[in-house]
Design a protein around this ligand. Structure first.
Ligand SMILES: [Zn+2]
Length: 99
């Protein structure tokens, strides 16, 4: 195991800018990106790995909703979820008012 490097702040910033890309490219692209991240995280910190797996599971679910054409639509009120919300939570199931 290689020495752990502290890149927490930069990693968060990187993710935030990538997440807006998710909206443009769609969840299957995002899932591929996350899978690649999972590989890299697995050698650094098991907590990161667990968090990554959780996100991949959420993206899986987002993919299923995209297949069913319900991606980006609130599960409760059936209104489109705001792009700003999807940029922050690409796998959001409810709009801001229903969350
Ligand atoms: Zn709603």
């Amino acid at each position: 195991m290689e020495p752990r490097r502290d890149r927490g702040g930069g990693r968060l910033t990187g993710h935030a800018s990538r997440q807006s890309e998710w909206v443009a490219r769609g969840p299957s692209w995002a899932a591929t990106r996350w899978a690649a991240h999972g590989d890299r995280f697995s050698s650094t910190c098991s907590r990161d790995r667990a968090a990554t797996r959780e996100r991949i599971a959420e993206l899986d679910d987002a993919l299923r909703r995209m297949d069913a054409a319900t991606y980006g639509v609130c599960e409760r009120c059936r209104q489109p979820i705001a792009e700003e919300r999807l940029a922050v939570r690409p796998f959001a199931r409810c709009c801001v008012s229903c969350a």
